[in-house]
Design a protein. Structure first.
Length: 236
């Protein structure tokens, strides 16, 4: 990261292109900034294809680090094995496939035929985790006593955050996570863990958090910014 740049995390996008575009316009990331998208870029929302396109464009404007969410994992499994298709489709994949032009009863094509190679490359390039001197970023969760390099995929991509039972990571760094939707639309801030999945695809907000300053931006699915968003102390 270049000197003076911000480190900004964006929660689960789930195909909500208008929300993502509104946050990018508000944040105005530049070459010195690092933007970490916490995974689940796709599925459930109306325009997963548009989201991937927008993130590919964003990667030319700042240092973009997209993380692998469980929904990307499901899609990649379906690309590798047709027997995994049914599970992906049942968990929001049908919405993604429609965004690529699929219609029921249309021409029979393989999944790889529907998804452009540039998008497949983006999805396979998503990282399992990211770590800085002060924070660690994962899609879902972590095993507290293990370093990130040794974390099982089940924890990184599927673990649900239980506020009552969560404990700090052994490194002492603040964990920034998604995956567990906060139906209130508010960030879950436990001090040692901050969950910024604020349920955008299901009438909540898409959240971005500057871990350098604690500034928060939120947009609804239609791309309307939320006014007077409370800042969080993410710089612990």
């Amino acid at each position: 990261m270049m000197a003076g740049g911000r480190t900004i995390a964006i929660g689960d996008i789930h195909g909500c292109l208008d929300a993502l575009a509104a946050l990018i316009d508000a944040i105005k990331p530049g070459p010195a900034d690092t933007v970490i998208t916490l995974g689940d870029h796709i599925d459930r929302g109306p325009d997963s294809r548009g989201v991937v396109d927008r993130l590919i464009t964003l990667s030319g404007q700042c240092r973009l680090i997209p993380l692998l969410g469980n929904h990307e994992e499901l899609l990649l499994d379906a690309l590798r094995d047709v027997n995994a298709m049914r599970r992906w489709l049942s968990l929001g994949g049908a919405d993604t496939l429609r965004s690529y032009g699929w219609v029921a009863g249309g021409a029979r094509r393989t999944l790889a035929d529907w998804i452009p190679s540039s998008h497949q490359k983006f999805l396979t390039g998503c990282q399992p985790w990211h770590e800085t001197a002060t924070h660690l970023f994962v899609h879902a969760g972590y095993v507290p006593e293990l370093p990130l390099a040794d974390q099982p995929g089940l924890a990184l991509r599927w673990r649900v955050t239980d506020a009552a039972g969560a404990v700090p990571h052994h490194s002492g760094k603040v964990a920034v996570v998604g995956h567990t939707p906060q139906h209130s639309g508010e960030i879950l801030d436990l001090g040692f863990l901050i969950c910024i999945d604020t349920n955008c695809a299901r009438s909540g907000w898409l959240t971005a958090l500057d871990t350098t300053s604690g500034q928060v931006w939120q947009s609804d699915r239609a791309g309307k910014l939320r006014p007077n968003v409370r800042q969080t102390d993410a710089t612990r």
